[in-house]
Ligand binder design. Structure first.
Ligand SMILES: NC(=O)c1ccc[n+]([C@@H]2O[C@H](COP(=O)([O-])OP(=O)(O)OC[C@H]3O[C@@H](n4cnc5c(N)ncnc54)[C@H](OP(=O)(O)O)[C@@H]3O)[C@@H](O)[C@H]2O)c1
Length: 331
């Protein structure tokens, strides 16, 4: 099959179209004829050797895909060949065929294209896990989402809005701020122009925000802690600007704060299946009714995966960049 391969190492590593052996579904898994594969920041790190796949995962890059079921592994009964599906993958998405655990697969509702669906699982499931399961965000709470214009950011704004939470975002440009407001954020801060901590305190009349979804890390730690409300949760999902910083323990103690870290990829298939089920129960209807959708920035052919990574690394995108692996056939 055609699959994207990594050529070179470190910062010089590039992607090119190559050939790989077809994967085979084991018991509990299914084989998907991939139509589209979403691109995630973690993929750009994997290309550079900074985010190796977990043991047993495909060495091919790609944490999510959408397509049609091509074959069922032993014991899989909740899907049939030909079904339109989207899947969370431990790897292997940038290829014509990918294998997913049945518990990591969701049906694609009619009316949602497989191209769009290819950009849904990784960011929506990460946001569900971190904001609602771990971060316990409730209706009416205030949440600061950093990088609101990215894949995670655009999913977080939509999910939080559906859940009745109020959202403040940071983003790198006026255009991204405007997109975030259109998606449902109440306020958007262009981080070059304004202090997000001051903006968060001002927005909450000095109280602070109830939760923060942060992938920036060390560089934001002190300001994040400074603008959390009593009982606030800092949910850390990345360290794009440093993996260490100074934590004000006195403030954490006095204001009952928590710092929660999470990565989705290395979690067990059992944990992922439970997450998929919780997401489907709570937001499945919103997805079917298109009250939730992937904000697709640009679609690149599989052969142009390198150009797609460069667009992401320059942060030129708003929402999701998607690779088109094959055309979606009707029916
Ligand atoms: N832990 C997990 O389970 C998990 C799962 C998925 C993703 N993640 C992490 O979540 C983050 C977002 O992933 P993604 O796929 O959504 O990537 P993405 O689409 O590239 O989104 C990242 C956003 O952050 C902004 N940004 C970049 N550098 C920044 C900085 N120094 N300060 C503030 N904002 C900055 C970017 O645009 P602007 O700078 O123009 O605003 C971009 O919109 C990544 O760090 C990724 O590794 C973690």
């Amino acid at each position: 099959m055609r699959a994207v391969e990594i050529v070179g190492e470190g910062r010089e590593a590039r992607l090119r179209l190559g050939e790989a052996a077809d994967p085979r579904p084991k018991a509990g898994e299914l084989l998907i004829d991939v139509v589209a594969a979403g691109i995630n920041r973690g993929d750009t790190l994997q290309r550079q050797g900074l985010y190796p796949p977990p043991p047993g995962a495909s060495p091919i890059i790609g944490l999510e895909c959408a397509g049609r079921v091509a074959e069922l592994g032993e014991g899989v009964s909740n899907f049939a060949c030909g079904d339109r599906v989207m899947a969370l993958l431990p790897g292997g998405g940038y290829a014509e065929r990918a294998v997913a655990h049945a518990g990591s697969v969701l049906p694609v509702p009619p009316g949602l294209s497989l191209t769009e669906a290819g950009g849904i699982p990784e960011v929506f499931l990460t946001c569900h896990l971190t904001l609602f399961d771990l971060g316990r965000v409730w209706t009416g709470e205030t949440v600061l989402v950093h990088g609101g214009g990215g894949g995670i950011g655009t999913a977080a704004i939509q999910l939080l809005s559906r859940a009745g939470a109020r959202v403040l975002v940071t983003a790198g440009s006026a255009e991204k701020c405007a997109s975030c407001l259109e998606l449902g954020a109440e306020r958007a801060v262009r981080y070059g122009d304004e202090s997000f901590a001051e903006a968060a305190l001002d927005w909450t009349e000095g109280r602070g925000v109830d939760a923060i979804l942060d992938h920036v890390g060390g560089a934001y730690l002190e300001d994040n802690i400074r603008c959390l409300a009593r009982g606030g949760r800092l949910i850390l999902i990345g360290v794009m600007a440093g993996a260490s910083g100074t934590l004000d323990l006195g403030r954490m103690l006095g204001r009952h704060l928590s710092v929660i870290g999470s990565t989705l990829r290395p979690r067990s298939v059992v944990e992922k299946a439970a997450l998929v089920e919780r997401f489907r129960k709570r937001f499945g209807e919103d997805l079917s009714a298109r009250r939730l959708s992937a904000v697709v920035d640009r679609v690149f052919p599989l052969a142009e995966a390198q150009a797609a990574h460069e667009r992401m690394e320059k942060s030129l995108h708003t929402g999701k960049i998607v690779l088109q692996v094959r055309e979606e056939r009707p029916g």
